[in-house]
Design a protein around this ligand. Sequence first.
Ligand code: PLP
Length: 383
Amino acid sequence: MSALPVYLDYNSTAPVDERVLDAMLPFFRKQFGNAASRTHAYGWAAAKAVDIARAQVAHLLGAEENEIIFTSGSTEAINLAIKGACAAYATKGKHILVSATEHKAVLDTCSFLERAGAEITRIPVDREGIIDLDFLKKNIRRDTILVCVMTANNETGTIQPVDEIAAIVHEAGSVFFSDTTQALGKMNVHVNEAGIDLCCISAHKICGPKGAGALFVRRKDPRVSLVAQMHGGGHERGLRSGTLNVPGIVGLGKAAEIAAAEGWDDAQRLSVLRTELEQKIISCGTVFVNGSVKDRLPNTTNLRITGVKAAELIAKLPLLAFSAGSACTSAIPEPSHVLKAMGLSGEESHASIRLSIGKFTTDEEIAKAGELLCNQINALRYS
Ligand code: PLP
């Protein structure tokens, strides 16, 4: 069998940790019960496993167990947070502030609500991808029901000043939703310290299974109200009906537990490896980092390689798995909306690649990737 490509696309998805898989397997076989079945041992075992997972996720976020609503992932959690808040606070107003570099799950949900009559104001970012706090202060209003600013960006890794944003939002009496999908497991996220009222987690970004996630909904100071977007059996305190994905939830819980215990060590190691890879590519000359170098996730680098088209580089390097911008939008041959919002031209955007590493990335893989990338960049430039 030919060698598998070196995986440098952890921000798109991550391999499942063996310990996560081991925790999940019994819930496909002997313990296959429905967590909502109250009349027998199969149901009780499933419900107990879900309770444990809820505690594990709450612990990772610094939240209470009754503040966690299980979903199919971050996209669903984001839809519930934004559409649910819009419906719940309809009498207060219909104005939402959203940062220009959010994931499409956030931006497209806001655009959908805009077509339905909501007023959406997009917050600009600077060249490093950090939001304009003055703009936020000037544009937040009494009828602003929600402010959406992600903790860390999936394309560049840029980290927002979340606690400063939370202070402005709360001063104005509004609710703060932060997409924490990429931040979790890579940096410390504590909802109370940060002042986050709503945030989301996706298992497959932290070495858990695809199709499992959760929404954190603050219960006090302030108590956040949401209107359910999925109706049925009244699961998850009526906020998300549908039979719980018990194996997925168990996997999410285990992945959250591991992230809480090992995230810091991983972050230190990843930062060293990321910098080594980045420096190697920068040594090719006229290569620049997109986004903040100072406030950045430890595993991510987004590089602009002057004179090279990212699509060509990717096509020439089948032994490396990486992306040209966000995986979710890379099927669309348009410049990244994130890089565009940061002021990059279409040409600069098309010359940019995203490398994101993770838990199972080795020193050898980093050395090999750096070598292959440099050789190919030089070949494309000087051929
Ligand atoms: N938010 C961010 C920042 C992401 O990076 C992603 C996935 O790429 C999502 C949301 C969507 O997550 P999910 O795949 O769980 O729907």
